[in-house]
Design a protein around this ligand. Structure first.
Ligand code: SF4
Length: 377
């Protein structure tokens, strides 16, 4: 076991790999990578915790964990969109998105434990200053939620909310859950994946989360495991501490080319998540994000892979749905039959679409809903 595994999370965070020279000392980089990485990380930062780096095979250029965090020459491709889910159009005040009536999405930081090369919010890091998209003092955002009685749940995201200092997160959770109509808060975080020591070496954060996990105010942690090798003794310990504190833990994965695009890999991931107390929730079709479209699979491939994986999963692991987080809503990919792909809106920007089933002629090569829609003249 690496010495990193026992280290306090703040000490580890200080040792995070953020430049090419540090990375070159730890893993093999090709001449081509050494040539382009300095430019690529000026645009979207490199950040790998010592713990996560210790899970990567330093000699294997095609290691799936390496692929998620080490910049690739493919990022030079400029296809894709900066804001593929059109989040700016549903932003009500800085850092507060309100797309579906009962749910507020709160971008409370632009900092992460590590930066995922496929991140759909890359744009937050493309600007020197993200203060027009990320909440800073939280007052206006809490006020908006207080004034909208239809909001019964808040999703804290960013960035990674667990990057906030404990006292700030405590205050924010307290403010949100003291609003009478807010019944639950979800925290989207990759801490169990990139730095499980955030929980295993900090009893205070566990006490804070426990304080807000009661029948009156329900707290969910939504994790983001993409590969079974990310499930380690440390991440399992972190999940156990969260479960013991009464926090529900769910997982969202993204289907990524050359990372988890094999039925056996996905089946192992979801089975093992269920074993350690995490409920698989969504598998997202990778969005057409600018500079990371090389991670996308064809819709038919994603559908086939999850369908085959489900045959190898236990009932408790089969709970994940294949979803496209489209600008018009959360759309489940239900089936591909006789040349048609069938969909259902789980959430819709326009309430009239909520729960609507629809079918479209399938076109080979389609990777996103827009590839199947008639082109406007
Ligand atoms: S942790 Fe989440 S927000 Fe941060 S880079 Fe990864 S996907 Fe993006």
């Amino acid at each position: 076991m690496s010495l990193y595994h026992d280290e306090d999370w703040k000490t580890q965070l200080k040792s995070t790999i953020t430049n090419v020279e540090e990375l070159r000392q730890q893993i093999f980089l090709t001449e081509e990578e050494l040539g382009v990485l300095p430019e690529l990380i000026k645009k979207f930062p490199l950040s790998i915790t010592p713990y996560y780096l210790s899970l990567i095979n330093p000699k294997d250029l095609s290691d799936p964990l390496r692929r998620m965090v080490v910049p690739s020459i493919d990022e030079l491709c400029e296809s894709g969109e900066l804001d593929p889910s059109d989040e700016l159009s549903i932003t009500k005040t800085v850092g507060l998105e309100h797309k579906y009536s009962p749910t507020a999405l709160f971008l409370c930081t632009d900092q992460c434990f590590g930066y995922c090369r496929y991140c759909f919010r890359r744009r937050l890091r493309y600007k020197k200053d993200s203060s027009n998209e990320v909440a800073r003092d939280f007052k206006a955002q809490v006020e908006y939620i207080r004034e909208h009685a239809e909001i019964d749940n808040v999703l804290l995201s960013g960035g990674d909310p667990l990057m906030l200092p404990n006292e700030i997160l405590d205050g924010l959770l307290g403010d949100l859950l003291s609003i009478e109509h807010v019944k639950m808060v979800r925290i989207g975080t990759k801490a169990p994946v990139f730095l499980p020591q955030r929980f295993t070496t900090d009893p205070e954060i566990i006490s804070i989360l426990k304080k807000y996990s009661s029948p009156e105010s329900r707290l969910y942690i939504v994790t983001h495991f993409n590969h079974p090798r990310e499930i380690t003794g440390e991440s399992s310990d972190a999940i156990r501490l969260l479960n013991d504190a009464g926090v529900f833990v769910m997982n969202q994965s993204v289907m990524l080319r050359d990372v988890n695009d094999e039925p056996d890999t996905l089946a192992e991931l979801f089975n093992r998540l269920a074993y350690i107390g995490v409920r698989p929730y969504y598998v997202f079709q990778c969005r057409p994000v600018k500079n990371s479209t090389h991670f996308q699979l064809e819709l038919a491939e994603s559908y086939r892979i999850l369908k085959e994986a489900r045959r190898k999963m236990s009932g408790l692991a089969k709970t994940a749905r294949l979803i496209m987080s489209h600008s018009s809503g959360k759309i489940e990919i239900l089936a591909l039959r006789n040349g048609k792909m069938h969909f259902k809106y789980h959430q819709a920007k326009d309430p009239i679409d909520h729960g609507r089933f629809f079918s479209l002629d399938y076109q080979k090569g389609a990777k996103w809903l827009d590839d199947l829609l008639p082109k406007s003249a």
